[in-house]
Ligand binder design. Structure first.
Ligand code: GYE
Length: 340
């Protein structure tokens, strides 16, 4: 017993010293430990509360902020990774307020639950820029503006692509059995992509959605959910996966079950994000189409901050440009010119 107790104490001390990310506590970038510069009054201090590091998209998005919000560009960035937990984000925003940062940038994991903390930021006079995912609040004046993707459009595009593809395969009137791997429940990309796809689905009585289940935007959960789908349903025709990392997991599950997917396979796979590894998987014939979501939001947010510094007005809602890719395109040429 003594040994067990001693072990627990040692573990606790290691956790306290190293920062314990597996317990779901926020992970603070080491820049946050640096003293806030006192001598450079022109430096703009930005607190960024990031969702986590659950996907390739997310990593590209974090990198886009880190590369733009640098000292050379006149910024001091306090970067907080919330490990996919809203409570960590609420704490991060409150810490930013205490630190009296100049701007707060928030990528909200889910849409609801932000009213009080945004009121606190507003009372402290700190502008809040929402990025990527959206917030649903009583009063839209609680944040300055939002910049990100039109997730509903992405879902609609996926539905319309499938419509055309099935038609071209002579399967337009066939019964089509589908499953959806959904993103984090209540997050804007989950809500938008599900609704956008459903708006096309309702035009097709022959499309049957067997089940929706969340894989929380991660590869490991995507694989688990797909294993469950394959055990439960025979003859799945279409897999809709609301991000690329869940798709990678789903493809593994499909192949482990002795099945195939992609243009020449047993199942059609539709994915979202269009990160490099997914375009490579498409080139390898495993994904049919991928609906882009652009993670490079850093410089747009920096432009917004510069405008605000000059006391100019900014658009409340700003969408980024996006397209889609399918296996008929010249993917290597497309990948050459891409940053993610
Ligand atoms: O699609 C997914 C990530 O919020 C748009 O979050 C983002 C989504 C992206 O985990 O890969």
């Amino acid at each position: 017993m003594k040994n067990v107790c001693a072990g627990i104490w040692i573990l606790l001390i290691i956790c306290l010293v190293c920062g314990c990310s597996s317990s779901g506590q926020p992970v603070r970038d080491e820049t946050a430990y640096q003293e806030r510069p006192q001598d450079n009054e022109n430096q703009i201090v930005v607190g960024f509360s990031q969702v986590g590091s659950e996907s390739d998209w997310r990593n590209a998005n974090s990198e886009s902020f880190r590369s733009v919000f640098t000292e050379e560009n006149g910024y001091y960035l306090v970067f907080e990774d919330a490990q996919q937990k809203q409570e960590n984000q609420l704490k991060a925003v409150r810490d930013f307020i205490l630190q009296e940062v100049d701007y707060i940038v928030l990528d909200p994991i889910v849409e609801t639950g932000w009213d009080s903390v945004l009121v606190e930021a507003k009372d402290a006079g700190i502008p809040v820029i929402i990025v990527d995912r959206q917030v649903k609040v009583e009063d839209d004046d609680l944040y300055t503006c939002w910049v990100g993707s039109d997730f509903r459009r992405e879902g609609r595009l996926a539905g319309k692509w499938l419509e055309k593809y099935l038609e071209s395969q002579g399967r337009g009137k066939d019964r089509i059995r589908m499953v959806t791997l959904q993103g984090t429940p209540g997050s804007s990309p989950q809500i938008g992509r599900t609704k956008g796809f459903a708006s096309v689905m309702k035009r097709h009585k022959n499309w049957e959605m067997l089940e929706y289940q969340s894989g929380d935007f991660t590869q490991a959960k995507g694989q688990e959910v797909m294993e469950h789908f394959l055990k439960t349903y025979d003859g799945i025709d279409v897999v809709v996966s609301e991000n690329d990392n869940m798709t990678f997991g789903a493809v593994e599950a499909i192949e482990e079950a002795g099945l195939t997917c992609g243009p020449d396979g047993d199942m059609i796979v539709l994915s979202f994000d269009a990160v490099r590894a997914a375009l490579q998987a498409m080139e390898a014939g495993k994904i049919n189409a991928d609906f882009e979501c652009n993670p490079l939001l850093g410089s747009m947010v920096s432009d917004i901050i510069h405008r605000l510094e000059r006391k100019e007005t900014v658009d409340k809602i700003q969408y980024v440009d996006e397209q889609y890719f399918d296996s008929d395109m010249d993917l290597s040429a497309i990948m050459d010119g891409r940053a993610y």
